[in-house]
Each structure stands twice: as structure tokens, then as C-alpha cells.
Design a protein around this ligand. Sequence first.
Ligand SMILES: [Zn+2]
Length: 332
Amino acid sequence: MPYSANVLRRANGLLAQRRSAREAQNEELREKIYHQLPRVAELDRQLRRTMAELARAALGGGEDAARQVADIRRRNLELQNERADLLAGAGYPPDALDGKPLCAKCGDSGWVGGRMCDCLKILCTQEQMKELSQLLDLGEQSFDAFRLDYYSQELWPEWGCSPRENMEKVYKICRDYAQNFGRYYFDNLFLYGGTGLGKTFLSACIARTVSENGFSVVYDTANRVFRQFETVKFGGDEEETAQAKTETRRYLKCDLLILDDLGSEMTTAFVQSALYDLINTRLVGGKGTVISSNLTMDDARGRYSPQIASRLEGEYRALPFFGDDIRLLRKG
Ligand SMILES: [Zn+2]
């Protein structure tokens, strides 16, 4: 699950902040308890001394050493008991000063044996949502907020059903796809139809749900995606090129890519090859892609190379959007 480098950096930053806040809090509590119970401070000093004595005695060896070690252990235990009693008397648990981490699983490091801990995953998801919401309005876009009643119930003869009936199906597939991301019948969706029919809204709903479930999600318009590939290939200034490389890596590797508005770009030979690379690399890598487009599959076949068209037709579940522009209704 490669989160983007930026997301990971910010999430790690938050974790570090959390660690230092916790340390500061522990230090404050220690001062408070030492002030309130000076004997605890004294006991802590003695306990540190007995630990040093224990180490020295253990190094000494021989029968005498074994007796010494047992002695020191006993004393150490007495000190610990006295300390626990004092703390309990003032209403603290015995481990009040042990500096417990917020996440017991990873000790607030964010990693457990080379795997990302859930606590860091949650932070990554939050940061990713922030990143996504710079491009997508995630404010109210959720499956729960989706309004089917914007779609007409009148029969559209060329489709054999009403826009509402169609959207019920489309909505359900998008929701199931998002909720079962990675385990659904289809890895890829092709949402097509005119503007103002809810393609971007549903894309945002998918982005939100998949992201909330801990996957890396990238949303971008086809125009911008191809511009980044162009910058990598033909170069801009150094900083631009470096940034474009990072972006294109995300397009290729994220768990879910939402490619919005395919067909709005100038379809040059370069775009053809970049699009094929993008679609094919993601298919081979087993990564999910949601494309939204004003083009029908027929249009796509006319516009793009046969290799691209056959990937789209063979590997994408096509979902039509038709009806009257619902943006007018939503404003009214
Ligand atoms: Zn953790």
C-alpha cells in the first residue's frame, strides 16, 4: 500500500509530534508526583541504585554472588511495593510513571516488524483525505448523501429504463466496488456519460470510502495526468521534472487511481502511449482504476488505439450515466 511520499512524511511528522507531546506529559506528571510524594522520588533513586548493584553483583560470580543477587532482588521488590502503595494511595496506577506509549502495538514508532501499524495507517488515511480534498469536494460527497431523487423516473426508450432505475444500479455497483475494494468482481470501472450526471460525485464517494478503508488513492484529471507524463518525458525545469516523476509514480502505483474526464485531453500520439502504459501497468500490477469520461466505449474505440480500446472493453465494467443535468436541480 504505497502512500505517496508526502502523505507518509506528514503522517510520520504527526506521529513524532504525538511522541514528543507524550514525553512532555510524562515529564510533567513525574514532576507533579515527585512534588506531591517526595518519597517516590527517593525510591526511584534507590531503585536505580539497586539495579546498578545487581549488575555488579551478577558480574562477580560464585556462591557469594548468587546470595548477593538474591538479597538485592528482595530489596528491590520491597522498594517497588512501597512505591506502588504510595502511588495507589494518591490515586495513581503502579505504572503511572512508566511512560506508556499511546499505541501499545508499536510503541508509537508506527511500525511493527516492518509492517505499518494501524495507528500510522489512520494518520496516513487522514492526510490522504486532505490531499484528495484539494482536488475533489469531499465535504458532502459520500454514498449516504447521494440523492437518487434527482434522477427522473420517466422511461428513456433508447435505454429501456428510466435514469433513476439506471442510477440505482450504477450507485449500487459503485458502492459495492468501494466497500469491497480489491475483492470485487471488477477491479476497474468506466463511468461514462454527459456532464452534470454525477460521475465526479460518485468518483469522490468511491475515493472517500476506499481511502477510509486504508488504501492509497489518487484522484486527478486526465489532462493533468498526461501533462505530468509529458513533463517527465520532455522535461521542464529540474524541480518540475522531479515533482512530475513523483506524481507519475503515484499514478502507476497507488491502490486506486481515479482518472477523471478522460477524452477532454488533446489526444496526441504521446497521450496514446502514456495512456496505454498507465492502463496496462496498473492491470499487470493488479491495481484498481476508475475512469470517468464523456466518451462512450464506441467513442473510445474511435479515439484511442485498438490496444487501449481492448483493455477498456475487456477489463473495465462500463457504467452509463444518462438523464437530465442534475446540477440544475441541485442548485434549485
Ligand atoms: Zn501503532
